[in-house]
Design a protein around this ligand. Structure first.
Ligand code: FES
Length: 352
């Protein structure tokens, strides 16, 4: 029998203040600092939200944290001793005053993180082992072109990240491009196996600091590998709709023709908009378009990239090669914005 005289003590919430600002928010038990901050619309720079990129590092000026499962390769023991922590992993064990290492104002308005119920309205194969998933949300999600959301895989509770390919003005209907991972819990085990039109699940968003920088004077070079096309599609559609960029070159790389998708869509955009140029490229098959690694194709097309801005999204190897190429072509490093695919954290020893 329960002891009705024993008062129920609610688990402690802690207050986090961002140093040298008026920003403060509450963090619930077991909630990460980043999750609480973004839900309170307090911007902390971040990218992967999985503890692997280090973008969300904070200096803890007062108070204590539990670093939880922060990996040592992202947050060394020395950094922990110096008072650094990862906002996406750390849980406060005290009230805190913190200072983000990255810029808290990156020149765009940010939108609060929220949970949504999503209903599948379209699911189609668009390329080899690649599906387009379109979902209708129960309420609009405000986001910046280029950001991503996290799908919660039913029953497992595991989260997987996919960029929105739709522009921000289509804020209730999200388009996601999903590549199958052999043995993957979210893809082989769900999206490519049992998911169907009419199914409902939870997702949260928006997340990530990869986004279109509005009203730029620079020519934009967008380079995507595989489903790295998704955030670039959002950026292209948004920029063309609002006439935000003077000139846009979109490069999409795949190994074979079966890896490319939305070719007709972008070819039509190229015809309609004199300032938009679409360049698909294949690395392992001859065809009547460009052949070679997509970054080599970019290097062949531009003698110099000085004064241009780049948006890169794809596998880390492609992104690293693109950065090297663009720097060699004299693009300023601060104008190279990138989003890398991060491997899903293992859920069991055999799953990804
Ligand atoms: S390590 Fe926290 S966002 Fe990447």
């Amino acid at each position: 029998m329960a002891d009705t005289d024993t008062p129920v003590v609610a688990p402690a919430h802690f207050r986090v203040e961002i140093a040298r600002s008026t920003t403060a928010f509450e963090v619930a038990p077991d909630q990460s600092i980043l999750d609480a901050a973004l839900r309170a619309n307090a911007w902390i720079p971040h990218s992967c939200t999985q503890g692997t990129c280090g973008t969300c590092k904070l200096k803890v000026l007062s108070g204590t944290v539990d670093h939880a499962d922060s990996p040592e390769y992202t947050l060394s023991l020395e950094e922990r001793t110096d008072g650094l922590t990862l906002a996406c992993r750390a849980v406060p064990t005290d009230d805190l005053v913190v200072e983000p290492l990255g810029a808290t104002d990156d020149g765009v308005p940010h939108h609060p993180l929220r949970d949504y119920t999503a209903e599948v309205v379209e699911l189609e194969d668009i390329a080899a082992d690649t599906r387009r998933l379109v979902v209708e949300l129960d309420s609009p999600m405000a986001f910046n072109a280029g950001q991503y959301c996290e799908l919660i895989v039913p029953e497992s509770g595991v989260a997987r990240q996919y960029s929105m390919a739709n522009p921000p003005d289509e804020n209730r209907r999200l388009e996601l491009h999903i590549k199958r991972t052999p043995g993957g819990l979210a893809t082989d085990g769900w999206v490519f196996r049992s998911l169907k039109v009419g199914d409902r699940f939870t997702l949260k968003g928006p997340l990530g600091q990869f986004h279109l920088v509005n009203q730029c004077e620079e020519t934009a070079v967008l380079i995507g590998g595989g489903t790295g096309l998704a955030p670039l599609k959002s950026i292209v559609r948004h920029a063309l709709h609002l006439d935000l960029l003077p000139e846009i070159h979109l490069y999409h790389g795949g190994r074979r023709q079966v890896d490319l998708y939305d070719v007709e869509f972008f070819t039509a955009l190229d015809r309609e908009h004199p300032n938009f140029h679409y360049h698909p490229a294949l690395s392992e098959e001859d065809w009547d378009g460009a052949t070679g690694m997509v970054t080599d194709v970019v290097a062949d097309d531009f003698a110099t990239c000085k004064g241009m801005r780049a948006y890169l999204c794809g596998p880390p190897v492609m992104v690293a090669a693109a950065v090297k190429t663009l720097k060699r072509r004299r693009m300023s490093p601060r104008l190279i914005l990138r989003e890398e695919f991060t491997p899903a954290p293992p859920t069991t020893p055999s799953e990804s």
